[in-house]
Write a protein that binds this ligand. Structure first.
Ligand SMILES: *Cc1c(COP(=O)(O)O)cnc(C)c1O
Length: 229
């Protein structure tokens, strides 16, 4: 059997970590201020275990059911693992999401905020909530419009008592992401939110230059995924 540390995921992880360090240096930022969220969606528990063996502790999944099937077992072996939800959350999955995730990055509407608050009270668990911002103001896309972040953040706190600690975005495809990254970082700064989640395999260095505290990298670590069908 191949030892876990010789797994291709181990080499890919160290390459991504090196590029994060270089990008942080270039931006005169402390590399430790950038957290790598390893996006393991579509990949099995063995790929996650290989990443854990290579020192990775923070993971992202975009579907509640998939994460529920994959993570409880790995987590029992690795208690300091941190799991982020980075995909859309339907209200009927809120209960599972609160039970499973440490950070919910995709809070994007009042009804969801209300359900999250209700379920947190029921379970006595308070995962961090980050607001997804529709930085490109794309009509079909999830997220709060940049001009609405103020009001939504205030409602999340005052009306629902949610522990909101960050912002996340997925910039429009086919555009230079840099201005969108700067917009998100600027919104976070203005609202004194410590976490700024932006940047994927193709653009995490640009995100770090703009101030990302969390980059969400899947393909560059785990390889390509089967096409969505
Ligand atoms: C899949 C996904 C990622 C990772 O994308 P890669 O291009 O594979 O690095 C990051 N963020 C979100 C929201 C995703 O759904």
């Amino acid at each position: 059997m191949t030892p876990m540390t010789d797994h291709p995921v181990a080499a890919a992880l160290s390459a991504v970590r090196a590029r994060i360090a270089t990008a942080a240096d270039a931006a005169r930022r402390d590399p430790r201020a950038v957290t790598l969220v390893a996006v393991s969606k579509t990949h099995g528990a063995d790929a996650v275990r290989a990443a854990v063996a290579a020192g990775q502790r923070v993971f992202g999944e975009n579907r509640v059911q998939e994460a529920k099937a994959k993570f409880p077992e790995v987590r029992a072996e690795t208690p300091d693992l941190e799991l982020h939800l980075i995909g859309p959350l339907q209200t009927n999955k809120v209960k599972d999401a609160i039970a499973l995730f440490d950070v919910i990055q995709t809070v994007d509407r009042p009804k969801l905020a209300r359900e999250l608050a209700r379920e947190m009270a029921r379970q006595g668990r308070r995962p961090h909530c980050w607001i997804e911002v529709n930085v490109g103001s794309e009509p079909q896309k999830a997220g709060i419009a940049p001009s609405e972040v103020d009001a939504f953040l205030a409602a999340c706190r005052a009306d629902y008592g949610l522990p909101v600690t960050g912002l996340m975005c997925i910039p429009p495809a086919g555009e230079d992401p840099a201005p969108h990254f700067r917009l998100l970082a600027d919104l976070a700064r203005r609202h004194r939110l410590p976490a700024v989640s932006m940047g994927m395999s193709g653009d995490y260095e640009a995100a770090i230059a703009a101030g990302a505290t969390h980059v969400r990298v899947g393909t560059a670590i785990f390889g390509s995924r089967p096409p969505v069908g």
